[in-house]
Design a protein around this ligand. Structure first.
Ligand code: TTJ
Length: 647
């Protein structure tokens, strides 16, 4: 390149820079559009966006190691040993390619190199968005000869790309500090959140080394190294060990396939355990599809089909006997489905559902061809799996009888609604709410405080069923859960019909203490396992009662919902005041409970997302399982959460 070219590109640089600033200004104005939220989720999302680039480079075959460091001040540094982002002038804009990557919106895919970049949704928005939302960002490129460096502040170029030294290494180092002006809630990273996600990425991309280290506080330094040669099979194994689940056959099944023109691939690992639960985790382009989609549909359809065909062929199910249902063949199954494809389409409110129909066919074909063969070649495994599925089918039959019995019983007893339910007047699900309340005194306050026009109250009582060890048939007989099922009206298991749901909002209201947290975990696990569409469609909420009441003089009072809020209220008050700590909902009189927790005009509630429910399910498995050791470990690690928990 001669001097003339440089002069010319520099001229165009002005125009490019203006365009760049306008693009990133849009990101700063509406960060939520690009990273989902400016809360903790969005904050962590920044790290994933950067790491994704290194993973793409690894998938392209040029990078083996990715380092993620949390530095003092919650600054993040990501280092890889890939080819390094190109530093040459990008002809169209006349600026270095690396500058384009960091300052032009949506440039990520072009230079990320993976070929599997995702279209639409929040995914793959790239380095420029991270740059726009960081107080500052620095990039260093090692190209095997020179080291280059550039700095940006709030998305704008703070220093031109410069050569800063010689090197024989290759790779990219990106360091950024999330902008507290954007992340107003918190800029503090949670090690475990990053750890979980990076471990998951290591499972999904077999053989890549990912290291996470927390260097914020030298006294509490920690680090982990993730590398799984077994990929998704290692993932299944990890889940079974972590949840202390005993498997019913030794080998993990592992199937993979590509489509004809190599534009899509699918990989599945699966193994059955002794529990009654199914756990299917699906991913598209390394993104967790919490709401499933075509890959899960193809998998389930083919699994049911293959199992029934096999059972017929070998006379495991005899003539005249019914087929196994989908639920029967998935009882105790843990499966990881990972697909990679061009132009992934993400659907649903949270963009957590894969829509590409060609993937349904690809996964269906993969299971149809390989699972049948596997079962024929591994008769001992096949035997164990069919014994389990047949037992599940029998239990399902028992559950059907229990349900019919329960229905006849309620029909005979009259109204059909649980005796303790204080129902509301409205029948319009657009406005109706049911509060599920633990404890009779809280139930009393809730009944007194509610707006009976549209708010129903259901106090929970009786012995909680250990859902961990229960199939549907046990649920039908349980005196704590049956009232919930009858009150909601929408059925359970594969019979759930949301058109029959009697309340638009189901609100779990429990004390803000450890026992309350126990009951929330229980209820969420129950909904997650037996009424999942309720959570998928966003009907389930957690009430947020206050922790403190601060009284000043006779008439002034304030409520604080967190310690932070209490402190700021105290700081704003002059003179004398009194603080009351609520130990339970029952300490509030009806008027207070209405004001603080139930009045739609003033309350805040948390809508339960699938991730929350899935997390509750995991906690529950460990807490209620048979194994003592994992439980002890969990309790030690989560001491704050499970303090005093009576288990
Ligand atoms: C693109 O094709 C030419 C050779 O380099 C390819 C590339 O850009 N590789 C690459 C990018 N490796 N690592 C990155 C990268 C790493 C981090 C931490 C952050 C970003 C935005 C990119």
């Amino acid at each position: 390149m001669d001097n003339n070219d440089i002069a010319q590109t520099n001229q165009e640089y002005g125009a490019a820079e203006i365009q760049v600033l306008e693009g990133l200004e849009a990101v700063r104005k509406r960060p939520g559009m690009y990273i989902g939220s400016t809360g903790p989720k969005g904050l962590h999302h920044l790290v994933y966006e950067i790491v994704d680039n290194s993973i793409d480079e690894a998938l392209a075959g040029f990078c083996t190691k990715i380092d993620v460091e949390i530095l003092p001040g919650d600054i993040i540094r990501v280092t890889d040993n890939g080819r390094g982002i190109p530093v040459g002038i990008q002809p169209k804009l006349g600026i270095p390619a690396v500058t384009v990557v960091f300052t032009v919106l949506h440039a990520g895919g072009k230079f990320g190199g993976g070929g599997y970049k995702v279209a639409g949704g929040l995914h793959g928005v790239g380095a420029s968005v991270v740059n726009a939302l960081s107080e500052w960002t620095e990039v260093e490129v090692y190209d095997g000869e020179k080291i280059y460096r550039q700095r940006y502040e709030r998305g704008a170029i703070a220093s031109e790309l410069e050569e800063i030294g010689d090197t024989n290494k290759k790779g990219t180092v990106v360091t950024f500090k999330p902008d507290p002006e954007v992340f107003t809630e918190t800029t503090v990273y949670d090690y475990d959140t990053l750890s979980q996600r990076l471990r998951e990425q290591a499972f999904l991309n077999a053989g890549i080394h990912i290291e996470l280290s927390d260097k914020r506080d030298p006294d509490n330094a920690q680090s982990e190294n993730f590398c799984y040669e077994g990929g998704v099979s290692s993932f299944v194994d990890y889940i079974h060990k972590k949840r202390a689940l005993d498997v019913i056959h030794p080998d993990i099944m592992h199937f993979s396939a590509k489509n004809d023109d190599d534009t899509a691939s699918a990989e599945i690992a699966m193994q059955y355990n002794e529990s009654y639960n199914e756990l299917i985790l699906s991913f598209a382009n390394n993104i967790h599809t919490i709401d499933g989609g075509t890959h899960e549909e193809g998998f389930k359809r083919a699994l049911t089909k293959v199992m029934n065909e096999y059972a017929r062929k070998f006379n495991i199910i005899k003539e005249g006997e019914k087929n196994l249902s989908g639920e029967d063949v998935r009882e105790g199954l843990t499966a990881i489905i990972s697909v990679k494809l061009k132009d992934a389409q993400f659907e649903s409110q949270t963009k957590g559902k894969l829509g590409n129909t060609s993937i349904r066919t690809l996964v269906d074909k993969l299971i149809s061809e390989k699972l049948e063969q596997y079962l024929e070649e591994n008769p001992a495994t096949a035997k164990a799996i069919f014994e389990k599925a047949i037992t599940a089918a029998k239990a399902r039959e028992a559950a059907r009888k229990a349900r019919d019995f329960a229905r006849r019983k309620t029909a005979m007893e009259g109204a059909g609604l649980p005796g303790k339910l204080a129902d509301c007047q409205s029948k319009d699900v657009n406005e109706t709410e049911i509060y599920i309340v633990e404890g009779d005194s809280a139930g009393g306050s809730a009944k007194g405080g509610r707006d009976r026009r549209f708010q129903a109250i259901l106090p929970l009582w009786g012995k909680m069923l250990n859902v961990e060890k229960a199939r549907l048939d046990k649920v039908y007989g349980n005196d704590k859960l049956m009232p919930v099922i009858t009150a909601l009206g929408c059925g359970i298991g594969d019979e759930v019909d949301l058109s029959k749901l009697r309340y638009g909002k189901i609100i779990i209201m429990a004390d803000a203490d450890v026992d309350g947290s126990h009951i929330r975990t229980l209820m969420l696990t129950f909904f997650f396992r037996f009424m999942r569409p309720l959570i998928e469609e966003g009907h389930v909420y957690i009430a947020q009662p206050p922790l403190y009441r601060i009284t000043k003089g006779k008439n002034d009072h304030y409520y604080a919902y967190s310690d932070k809020e209490r402190d700021s209220i105290m700081a704003s008050l002059e003179g004398k005041y009194e603080i009351q700590r609520y130990k339970g909902l029952g300490e509030m009189d009806p008027q207070q409970l209405w004001e603080t927790t139930m009045d739609p005009a003033t309350r805040t509630m948390l809508r339960v997302e699938m991730e929350d429910a899935a997390a509750a399910d995991e906690v529950f498995t460990i807490l209620m399982g048979d194994k003592v050791e994992p439980r002890r470990e969990f309790i030690e690690k989560n001491a704050k959460y499970v303090q005093n928990l009576d288990i």
